[in-house]
Structures are given as structure tokens and as C-alpha cells.
Ligand binder design. Structure first.
Ligand code: IMP
Length: 205
């Protein structure tokens, strides 16, 4: 029997890797993470859009490992802040800051912003690249919601404790992971990428 095709999930973020593994459970591919490739050099996210950064990472890691690579770039866009933190979501409070420091900075920036103006959305772009062919694909997912007034819940990662998705009164930090995985920006981008992968590899899951 042939070994299943391998896909590198290009992230060092354990929260993200956990989500990808859970959402791709039952998928007929062997998933590897960047920690399986200690010799790899980190690809810098120098792009000015989620698409550019996702492509930089997918191409850069596919080139270094020779594996079909799935990379995502994601972040939070807050309407009252003109779309910030956007592509700077991971570095919003400085390179060394923690998730809770970033979240507190966001709440501080919005401390004079009323309920009606706390609209926000998570955006995720997934890029697929293969070193053997120049062919690359991108898939986008968006999850609309609003920013809470204080952090709630311990589920998920990043800005989850302050993001309330449309249709709910609780944050992603409070909602079960199964709900987040059914409507998140990453789940939506991944659904499109998954359909493409299954078709391309002529396989069924
Ligand atoms: P990336 O690794 O460059 O894509 O960084 C994305 C950053 O956006 C993360 O470090 C988080 O701060 C934030 N982010 C992206 N997706 C999520 C999510 O699903 N929940 C909470 N925060 C997220």
C-alpha cells in the first residue's frame, strides 16, 4: 500500500497547529509541523497583505523542505481602528508580548468605543505551494463579529477571549472548540483548500 501524501502545515504556533489537526482529522494525508524540520530557517512575514504573507511562507517552506506546504496568515481587523491590527496582529504589542498583553492593548485602544462601533472580523488566507511546480493557490475565510469589553474564557488562543462571533453572545474563548471550528475564518479558508486538495489528489475523505 502506498504511504499517504505528506503535507507540511507551516506554523510554529501550537494553537494554530492544534486547530489545523483537529479540522483535518480523517483527512487522507500525513500532516507534519515545522517542528519536524529543525534545520528550516524561519520565513519572515514581510508582505503587506494576508495573501502576500501566506504565499511567502508556503513558497519559502516548500522550497526548504520539498514538501507540499500549507501556510496561513491570519489576523484581526477592527473597524474602529481602520482595520488594525490586521497583518500586525501577532506583533501588535511588540515582538515579545504575550496573547494577553496584545488583547489588553486592543481593549485599551477601544476603551472609548461604544457597542455599536466594536465591529471586527478575523481574516485567514491559506496558501498552498509545491516546490516542484510554480502552481500556487490561495483560499480566504472571514469570520465577522465584535470586540467584547473585557476578556472572557480560556479556550483557543490569541484574541479569542475578546472576539464575539456574529450569532453568539459569548467569546471564542468561552464557546466550545467545535463551534469555533465550524465557523471560524480558518475553518472557512480550510474548507475551500480541503476541497481543492481532495480533487487534486483524486481521493475521498
Ligand atoms: P500569524 O501567525 O501571522 O497568522 O498571526 C496571526 C495572529 O492573529 C495570531 O498571533 C493571533 O494574535 C491572531 N489570530 C489569528 N487567528 C486567530 C484566532 O483564530 N483566534 C485568535 N487570534 C487569532
Amino acid at each position: 500500500m502506498n504511504a499517504p501524501p505528506q503535507i507540511l502545515i507551516a506554523t510554529y504556533n501550537p494553537g494554530k497547529l492544534r486547530e489545523f489537526r483537529s479540522m483535518l482529522a480523517g483527512f487522507p494525508f500525513a500532516l507534519r509541523g515545522l517542528n519536524d524540520f529543525p534545520a528550516v530557517t524561519e520565513v519572515e512575514e514581510t508582505g503587506s497583505s494576508f495573501e502576500e504573507n501566506a504565499l511567502l511562507k508556503a513558497r519559502g517552506y516548500a522550497k526548504q523542505t520539498g514538501h507540499l506546504t500549507l501556510a496561513d496568515d491570519s489576523g484581526l481587523e477592527v473597524a474602529a481602528l481602520g482595520g488594525a491590527p490586521g497583518v500586525f496582529s501577532a506583533r501588535y504589542a511588540g515582538a515579545e508580548a504575550t496573547d494577553s498583553e496584545r488583547t489588553l492593548k486592543l481593549l485599551e485602544e477601544l476603551s472609548h468605543t461604544g457597542d455599536a462601533e466594536r465591529r471586527a472580523r478575523f481574516v485567514c488566507v491559506i496558501a498552498l505551494a509545491n516546490d516542484a511546480t510554480p502552481d500556487t493557490q490561495t483560499f480566504k475565510g472571514i469570520c465577522e463579529g465584535r470586540i467584547a469589553h473585557s476578556p472572557c474564557g480560556t479556550q483557543g488562543f490569541g484574541y479569542d477571549p475578546v472576539f464575539i462571533p456574529d450569532g453568539y453572545q459569548e467569546t471564542f474563548g468561552e464557546l466550545p472548540a467545535s463551534i469555533k471550528h465550524s465557523l471560524s475564518h480558518r475553518a472557512r479558508a480550510l474548507a475551500a483548500a480541503r476541497a481543492y486538495l481532495l480533487e487534486r489528489f483524486h481521493t475521498h475523505a
